[in-house]
Write a protein that binds this ligand. Structure first.
Ligand SMILES: C[S@@+](CC[C@H](N)C(=O)[O-])C[C@H]1O[C@@H](n2cnc3c(N)ncnc32)[C@H](O)[C@@H]1O
Length: 263
């Protein structure tokens, strides 16, 4: 059996970035389209916040398109990578270390986004409500929050597996993610990611284990109801198609909520 070195995969931002960067253009296109379609602030919609901004892939793309971007993240290696990514692209962003559960900005934003299920890192209910309130307080009235969440099907009894292989510039990363059946009472699901990285003939295998907070459609609806500053204006999914809208139901495997701050 191959041996896996235990790491926090956010300590290896280069591999994370390589895997997730494939979707960056589509996500940035969707963010711009959502601002145009659902934003009441229209052309003034220039300031964008990304809570848990990670490697800075979206920050960089949106800065390149002329938006004023800010982001924070718990991981210093991810922030360092993001700063370098922005610098290499000739772009600027306001970056800082911070926690999803509690944050504050002095100047409000036109839009905030938290995609790829990142919000599920907030493990307890009070933290999730606090985080959503912090987003609302960071937005202008009429500002949008795009919240992407992979929904949990509590009837699933098997592990779910996802595999990606990405090759770029002499680097090959194979990512295997397994999600264990959710513990409904604890609202938790165990996730394990294994990476096999081959660079210039040298192989490295790493493993990260973590937990996510789970949400089915009703639990996500209940969360949003606890922050009445927000109204749900549309439901999309991880295909990032602005022309397609659905509804918040359990038969959706992932949802992208468009929340608007009342004002
Ligand atoms: C899946 S990545 C998403 C990064 C980025 N938003 C993107 O779309 O590529 C999740 C990020 O959340 C950060 N993170 C996890 N828990 C956090 C928390 N409680 N507060 C702030 N950041 C957190 C991780 O360090 C990581 O960079």
């Amino acid at each position: 059996m191959p041996q896996y070195e235990a790491i926090d995969w956010y300590d290896t931002p280069r591999y994370y970035d390589l895997i997730f960067d494939e979707d960056t253009t589509r996500e940035a296109d969707f963010i711009e389209a959502a601002l145009a379609r659902y934003g009441t602030l229209q052309r003034k919609g220039k300031r964008i916040l990304e809570p848990a901004c990670g490697s800075g892939r979206c920050l960089t793309e949106l800065a390149r398109r002329g938006y004023g971007v800010s982001g924070f993240d718990a991981s210093q290696p991810m922030l360092d990578f993001a700063a370098e990514r922005l610098r290499a692209a000739g772009c600027k962003a306001n970056l800082r270390q911070g926690q999803l559960e509690e944050f504050r900005y002095a100047k409000p934003f036109h839009l905030a986004h938290c995609l790829v299920s990142t919000f599920k890192y907030v493990l307890d209910g009070a933290g999730a409500v606090s985080s959503l309130r912090c987003v609302a307080e960071s937005l202008l009235p009429g500002g949008l929050f795009l919240l992407g969440v992979h929904l949990t099907d509590y009837s699933v009894e098997q592990r779910q597996r996802e595999r990606w292989v990405v090759r770029k510039g002499g680097l090959e990363v194979t990512s295997n993610t397994q999600t264990w059946p959710a513990q409904r009472r604890k609202r938790a699901e165990r996730v394990r990611n294994r990476l096999k990285v081959v660079e210039r003939g040298v192989e490295r295998r790493t493993e990260t284990n973590w937990h996510f907070r789970t949400y089915n459609a009703a639990e996500l609806r209940a969360l949003v109801r606890q922050v009445p500053a927000f109204e749900v204006v549309a439901v999309h999914d991880f295909h990032y198609d602005i022309e397609w809208t659905g509804s918040l139901r359990d038969d959706a495997s992932d949802v992208l909520l468009v929340l608007r701050k009342r004002g």
